[in-house]
Ligand binder design. Structure first.
Ligand SMILES: [Zn+2]
Ligand SMILES: [Zn+2]
Ligand SMILES: [Zn+2]
Length: 332
């Protein structure tokens, strides 16, 4: 019997889990491809040209020279589905709802081996524009509260396929980490009368944690990094959402994002990582929250232990100041 996935809330805290049993059926191509040569097309990869029948139908695509160059498809094994009804149940302390939403995948390239940072600035700009298009469409649904845009690269960072892609998750709630940041930012604003992210950017662009910048963005290792070599990209202007950037700003974002991943990859070749866009939810505009992109590298097979899992206190064995120095000095 088909069982719908459920979003369940922790008894007390604002922590959510999606119970999705079928996800364990997801295929992985890492065992086959880890020692791979640099092949541009793989016969078994669902994201490669010629294998389009292996993915759900195309939602949006951009062509170049007669072939698709960027393609958005549904996730074949979604944890969230528009076929699920929300049915919230506030039966304390067992609060839950149907895992309503959608998960799409943006396939960045038709080249099986091309890595994100190997794309040109113009190409990453087009990828960002495509993400914006999908996000606008998905957030217009009244039951969708937030569309989280993120990338998983490498098996240890949650990617089941090695072909470079970005995830688009439309959620019926604001992700708790973003909700926490919004709450903290509101508190900061009421005390200091300024947006914390505007202040953070000004402070970190002159700190020992500064790595790089361009006209519109700063790249630095955050003061309380959880992950060794964690990086944040923060916009210099008070821009709330990805979709609110001007054309030159979006191009600058593409440029600094490529640079950040390139720096990381030069220091630790092939290292897995995630990046996640954090910005203002939906149609709401706040004077106390603004766009940033967080990058979490996976360093030396680090796993969480009891202190992290049971106490949410993290141990970071590389100071953000040392990480920044290395990331800044590495030749790219
Ligand atoms: Zn492929
Ligand atoms: Zn701001
Ligand atoms: Zn954030």
């Amino acid at each position: 019997m088909a069982v719908s996935n459920e979003l369940r809330k922790d008894y007390i805290t604002n922590r959510w889990v999606i119970v999705a049993e079928k996800r364990s059926l997801r295929p992985s191509d890492f065992s086959k491809t880890e020692d791979r040569k640099k092949e541009t097309v793989s016969k078994t990869c669902p994201f490669c040209p010629g294998n389009e029948h292996m993915t759900p139908p195309t939602i949006l695509e951009e062509k170049k020279g007669g072939k698709w160059d960027i393609r958005v498809v549904g996730n074949k094994f979604p944890a969230l589905s528009q076929k699920t009804d929300i049915f919230p149940s506030n039966n304390h302390p067992l609060i839950k709802m149907g895992a309503f939403g959608s998960q799409e995948v943006l396939i960045e390239t038709n080249n099986h081996s091309k890595r994100f940072f190997e794309n040109s600035k113009a190409k990453v700009n087009r990828i960002l524009e495509m993400l914006i298009k999908r996000r606008k469409k998905l957030s217009s649904h009244k039951k969708i509260e937030y569309v989280l845009l993120f990338k998983n690269f490498g098996r240890e960072c949650g990617a089941s396929l090695s072909h470079s892609h970005i995830q688009i998750s439309a959620l019926p709630l604001v992700p708790p980490l973003i909700a926490d940041e919004l709450n903290g930012s509101r508190g900061y604003y009421s005390e200091n009368h300024s947006c914390p992210f505007c202040d953070i950017e000004k402070l970190e662009s002159k700190s020992k944690r500064f790595v790089s910048s361009n006209k519109n963005f700063s790249l630095f290792t955050p003061f309380a990094s959880i992950w060794p070599y964690e990086l944040w990209i923060v916009s210099k202007q008070h821009v709330q959402r990805l979709e609110d950037f001007s054309k030159p700003q979006l191009l600058d974002l593409a440029e600094i994002l490529i640079e950040a991943i390139k720096r990381l990859n030069t220091l630790f070749p092939g290292t897995p990582y995630n990046f996640v866009i954090h910005d203002t939810p939906g149609k709401n505009l706040f004077s106390y929250y603004h766009f940033h992109l967080e990058i979490y590298p996976r360093y030396h097979h680090k796993t969480f232990a009891g202190l992290e899992k049971g106490g949410r206190i993290f141990i970071n064995e590389v100071s953000p100041e040392r990480a920044a120095k290395e990331l800044k000095e590495v030749r790219i």
